[in-house]
Design a binder for this molecule. Structure first.
Ligand code: GAL
Length: 688
């Protein structure tokens, strides 16, 4: 009787104890799981907080055991050849049942080979049975992809997931595999001592606006600059290379820029277009946010401007020095280091005032202009910015005037607290469109239209940078509100996941990118970054090559996010490759798109993506990106996919060297692409 009681008790306590041959996935250490957001959970659907998770359920079928996760999710199980089979019921969890945003795909990868994949799955779809032999497999990757449409509502369950093994045991787990470490290596050749004129071939200005363009040229100093055929109203300073003045009326002017030093001279054809459109090539510069965040000050901004000149970046076309949030006063706060910013937002007449760390905005703008650079500022259409400083709500016209009077050339306009307007939680005296009354996107477009039109009324050109994280298909209407660029996502950070997630998902906006209108995948995160606590970027050298190459191919605004006083040689080499920058600044203004994906190479799982951008000179810039964690090599011969025929000369843009001339019908191009790295080539049709 006693024995029976003990057995009953034990069975009651451990009803799901594995048989000797079964190891349950949910019994393994799940902590290393890396996923899109939230936390993976044992026997529950994934959640932000462990207590939130609901029981696992796929298409109304409950599962007692398993792991709930969110795409993109990776768990590396070290089987070490000791398991024979893996099985699971997989599908989208019902915690977002019916969501049209859910789309996921499960992958089981053994030692680099695809053993099983589910195909794209959505909510309400019955669980799929995954049964695979894992005999001999050392490392098993359990992955859930986001079906390449972002990770919104992507709850994914590995239900009833278990391994069969000869002896009962557990397996070690780890997170996402990372590439083997590589030391920084410089590919960019040093600029020659003889003069070379770099940067864009075109510059746009509006009639009557102050003109400032500094001829970007490398080579020994002193250098003498010239600009022949300048239209009347403009003149060039031969010592500084700055072209200034104003153009009274619309027109297009072809100018020859010149640069001369003791070793030689250089010339370049340059087009000045006086018309409605500015930012004819993507803005290139620096922004304070990714390094200084709330700790920015006028001194730091001046320091960045000085470093832009001292480092020589200005000689490669870098020209904007942009102040992000925290130049304004702040709402009352307990935060100790913000006390000096707790002051009234505006003066008696409603004009915005800068905070104590920015005592003289006009003086600061003059300082930056005197270096031959331009200056940018930041605001929000809401009552406050994201950092809870003064926003432009109900003062849009005054702010546009103030920014122009101070001498600003660029405005980043960040949605932030504007939701309090569209939600109706702040008084709305002007009766602007709010969410509940709008059957379309008017409420979301309106604030940008307002500021866009006030900026246009100013007597100087102010590049208008929209920041609302890609909502309401901004790429479709950004140009109609005078926007010059539009952020596509939330904030980037210096991780591979972030760069990959943002960078390789922008094709939808490509048809809308053109001179004056650019897709903005957020600022650069090379060098010292860290939002108030700068540290060297966590990206590997190859990830940094990928980042700069991809942003260049995308014709994205290039805004350096690092502490400019801490630029090391490697970072500088990434930012001063004129052939790479020329891809970004190409005057045709096309955004590269992904023309090809390779998911398997010689039987091994791979993730190679090929991006192509048409260039003004008829050439094509092509990026071969390896998103995998192992280097790949392949013989590439699918030139038709790159829209190429005949004989092509191929130039390696990072190395600035021609590497081959080949016949696209019969030849192939050997590619060896580093893990998380890139080969950035230009294809030029060869003369026979
Ligand atoms: C975020 C924006 C960042 C930065 C920050 C300032 O919304 O995405 O780039 O501007 O606000 O508070």
């Amino acid at each position: 009787m006693k024995h029976i009681t003990i057995i009953v008790l034990l069975v009651g306590l451990f009803p799901l104890v594995a048989s000797a041959e079964t190891v349950w996935l949910d019994d393994l250490n799940l902590k290393p799981i890396v996923q899109g957001w939230g936390k993976a959970q044992k026997n529950k659907c994934a959640a932000k907080n462990p207590e939130e998770g609901k029981p696992l359920s796929i298409a109304a079928k409950r599962f007692e055991r398993g792991v709930g996760t969110v795409a993109e999710s990776v768990l590396n199980v070290h089987l070490n050849g000791e398991a024979t089979a893996f099985s699971a019921q997989v599908g989208a969890d019902d915690c977002k049942r019916g969501s049209t945003r859910t789309s996921i795909e499960f992958f089981v990868i053994g030692d680099g080979r695809m053993l099983w994949r589910s195909g794209v799955m959505r909510t309400n779809e019955a669980a799929k049975a995954c049964e695979v032999s894992v005999a001999g497999v050392k490392q098993l990757l359990l992955k859930v992809g986001d079906a390449e449409d972002g990770d919104n509502d992507d709850f994914a369950d590995w239900a009833d997931a278990k391994f069969e093994t000869a002896t009962a045991k557990t397996f070690q787990t780890s997170g996402e595999p990372v590439p083997a470490p590589v030391a920084p290596y410089i590919l960019t050749p040093a600029a020659p001592p003889t003069p070379r004129i770099n940067g864009a071939n075109v510059f746009g200005v509006r009639p009557g606006s102050p003109f400032l363009f500094t001829i970007p040229a490398t080579g020994n100093r002193p250098m003498e600059f010239s600009a022949t055929n300048l239209p009347s109203g403009l003149s060039v300073n031969p010592k500084t290379g700055r072209i200034t003045g104003t153009l009274p009326a619309k027109g297009e002017f072809i100018v020859t820029l010149g640069a001369k030093n003791s070793l030689g001279s250089a010339e370049k054809r340059f087009r000045i277009v006086c018309g409605d459109t500015i930012a004819l090539t993507p803005p290139m510069g620096w922004n304070s946010w990714n390094c200084f965040a709330h700790a920015v000050s006028a001194e730091k901004v001046k320091g960045a401007a000085d470093a832009m000149v001292r480092s020589g970046l200005i000689n490669h076309g870098w020209s904007y020095i942009n102040i992000d949030d925290y130049w304004q006063n702040h709402i009352p706060t307990d935060e100790k280091d913000l006390q000096d910013l707790v002051r009234p937002f505006r003066d008696d007449k409603g004009f915005i005032v800068s905070n104590a760390r920015f005592p003289d905005m006009k003086g600061l703008a003059d300082y930056v202009h005197d270096l031959g650079l331009k200056i940018g500022i930041y605001s929000s259409p809401g009552p406050t910015t994201c950092g809870k400083c003064a926003g432009s709500w109900l003062h849009e016209e005054q702010d546009a005037q103030t920014f122009a009077q101070w001498g600003f050339d660029f405005l980043k306009y960040d949605w932030c607290s504007y939701s309090s307007v569209t939600d109706g939680t702040v008084p709305n005296p002007l009766n602007v469109p709010v969410r509940k009354n709008s059957s379309n996107d008017d409420h979301a477009i309106h604030p940008f239209k307002v500021m866009g039109s006030f900026l246009r009324d100013q007597p100087r050109d102010i590049v208008f940078s929209l920041c609302q994280y890609g909502g309401h298909d901004v790429w479709k209407w950004g140009a109609s509100v005078n926007g010059n660029s539009w952020r596509m996502t939330g904030d980037v950070n210096d991780s591979w996941r972030s760069v990959k997630g943002i960078g390789f998902n922008q094709d939808k906006a490509a048809p809308f990118a053109k001179p004056g209108n650019w897709t903005d995948p957020d600022m650069l995160i090379v060098g010292w970054v860290g939002w108030g606590r700068p540290h060297p970027t966590s990206l590997t050298p190859d990830e940094q090559y990928t980042h700069i190459s991809l942003w260049s191919l995308m014709a994205a605004p290039l805004l350096i996010g690092s502490d400019m006083t801490k630029l090391d040689d490697f970072t500088l080499s990434l930012l001063t490759n004129d052939e790479v920058l020329a891809v970004n600044q190409d005057e045709l203004g096309k955004q590269a798109t992904c023309v090809m994906k390779l998911s398997e190479i010689r039987g091994m799982v791979a993730d190679v993506r090929v991006y192509e951008k048409e260039l003004a000179d008829g050439g094509h810039a092509v990026g071969f990106f390896n998103l995998g964690t192992e280097p790949v090599s392949l013989e590439f011969n699918d030139f038709a996919k790159l829209h190429m025929s005949g004989k092509q000369t191929i130039r390696d843009l990072w190395r600035q060297q021609n590497i081959a001339t080949l016949d696209t019908v019969k030849d192939s191009l050997p590619l060896a692409i580093p893990a998380h790295g890139v080969l950035l080539y230009k294809f030029i049709t060869a003369k026979n």
